[in-house]
Design a binder for this molecule. Structure first.
Ligand code: LLP
Length: 427
């Protein structure tokens, strides 16, 4: 596998000592002054670089990168990726509307996953002419057939199979075991494809698999795809020739500082997947989310207070768990950097938000250079499942989002206002 040269895993760097943290060529201090905090900042260049890694690693074969919209569904990011040929993996009618709003020309590059699609969502996707429904149950396949007949549109489908492969990750984001709610048992798949073989409204288009998220080793991907390819060969013997195999998403990043080469990771992943699919001539679909956008993003926050309780020091920031819930929900680690480092000895602190829950923290017992009220910090690797999982808890307005492209920074979502929050309510 050829090595693909790549710059650093993160676009957030101190250009030279003494200068504040930058995103590419843009100073984070300047952005915070201009747009306030909390504030999400993303590097478009980094996102595109990650997309290219997958595209280059798979250049020798028919493939389509279907970005998992759930990781970060900002319209501007969808448009950016669509512009470079990406397709999309969606899991709701809402995500479909986002794709149609940002890049209507990409409708034919959409795969629709999810265990609970409604008839209305299926109809909209059929009318939009999406590439494939990743069907997760027999009940859903029945409904899909009924809706397709009603609308007189053939539905291309893939069964999402559950390969019963264990992937080492957080239990909330592991999905490939029989005990999980996702997909259909791979042992049942052959019978299900055969049961709908004569249905003129259903086209057996592919098969899909997604074993979980933040998976650091390439092995489970290979193991899952070996099982999937075996099924594809069985189907072919039965006269059912699938056109695509969807390998899902799930490739993990390094949330710590550790040496991490994204190009190598992608190459390992691609070797495991294409190795398992040797001989398959159809199209390979993939659904990366986190790997494309996580490291491109940071959440900027300002320190409000530094207080001591007992022998603990708390740094209270103006960002909170409603802006980035990953530490609270998954005990996730995020590196945190001072935007303008101060001289002095590092101290062990908790970095917390203003929300009224002890779970509202970004870091526990973290060694940080001295921080004082008014200082800016950057919570790194926040581009995936950050804003996308944000909420208005504690009636907090969601932060704006800035996209940095080269030396240019633009607002891709403005800060929410009180009117946005109160609008849907009546007394
Ligand atoms: N495809 C399907 C069917 C999925 O369910 C997911 C993620 C992906 C693709 C993209 O996976 P990725 O490449 O991003 O790992 N909120 C959690 C992650 C939840 C992942 C859910 N499914 C977190 O912040 O870690």
């Amino acid at each position: 596998m050829p090595r693909i040269p790549i710059s650093s895993p993160r676009p957030f760097v101190y250009p030279t000592s003494g200068l504040p943290l930058h995103c590419g060529a843009v100073s984070l201090e300047a952005l915070a002054r201009r747009h306030g905090t909390p504030l999400y900042v993303y590097s478009a260049d980094q996102i595109l670089e990650r997309l290219r890694l997958f595209q280059q690693a798979l250049a020798g074969r028919d493939h389509l990168v279907c970005y998992a919209v759930k990781a970060n569904s900002a319209l501007a990011i969808l448009k950016l990726l669509a512009g470079q040929g990406a397709g999309f993996d969606i899991v709701s009618g809402g995500e479909l509307e986002r794709v149609l709003a940002a890049a209507p020309e990409a409708a034919g590059r959409v795969v629709f996953s999810g265990v609970g699609k409604t008839a209305a969502e299926i109809d909209r996707a059929l009318q939009a002419g999406i590439l494939e429904f990743n069907v997760e149950s027999e009940g859903e396949l029945e409904l899909l057939a009924a809706r397709a007949r009603k609308l007189k549109r053939t539905a291309r489908f893939a069964l999402r199979v559950n390969p019963d492969v264990f992937a080492e990750t957080h239990p909330y984001i592991s999905t490939g075991l029989r005990e999980h709610k996702f997909g259909v048992d791979i042992r049942r798949a052959l019978a299900i494809y055969k049961s709908v073989a004569g249905n003129r409204w259903l086209e057996p288009h592919g098969v899909s698999v997604h074993i979980g998220s933040q998976i650091r080793s390439a092995d489970p991907f290979g193991a899952a795809l070996e099982r999937v390819y075996k099924l594809v060969r069985q189907l072919r013997r039965e006269g059912i020739a699938l056109k695509s195999i969807d390998a899902g998403g799930g490739l993990g990043i390094d949330y710590h500082t550790g040496a991490f080469n994204p190009a190598e990771k992608v190459a390992e992943w691609a070797a495991a997947v294409t190795g398992a699919l040797e001989g398959f001539e159809g199209r390979l679909l993939l659904e990366p989310g986190r790997f494309l956008v996580a490291q491109a993003g940071a959440l900027l926050a300002r320190v409000l207070y530094v207080k001591r309780n007992g022998n603990k020091t708390f740094v209270v920031t103006d960002a909170a768990m409603n802006d980035l819930i990953r530490p609270a929900l998954y005990q996730a680690h995020h590196e945190i950097l001072p935007v303008q480092p101060r001289a002095g000895k590092p101290r062990t602190v908790d970095i917390v938000g203003p929300v009224c829950e002890s779970g509202d923290f970004f870091a526990h017992d973290r060694k940080m250079l001295p921080l004082e009220p008014g200082d800016l910090i950057a919570v790194l690797d926040a581009g995936a499942y950050g804003m996308a999982q944000s909420s208005n808890y504690n009636t907090r307005m969601r932060p704006p989002e800035i996209l940095v492209e080269g030396a240019r920074a633009r607002v891709i979502r403005r800060r929410e206002t009180m009117a946005d929050l109160l609008g849907p309510e009546s007394i």
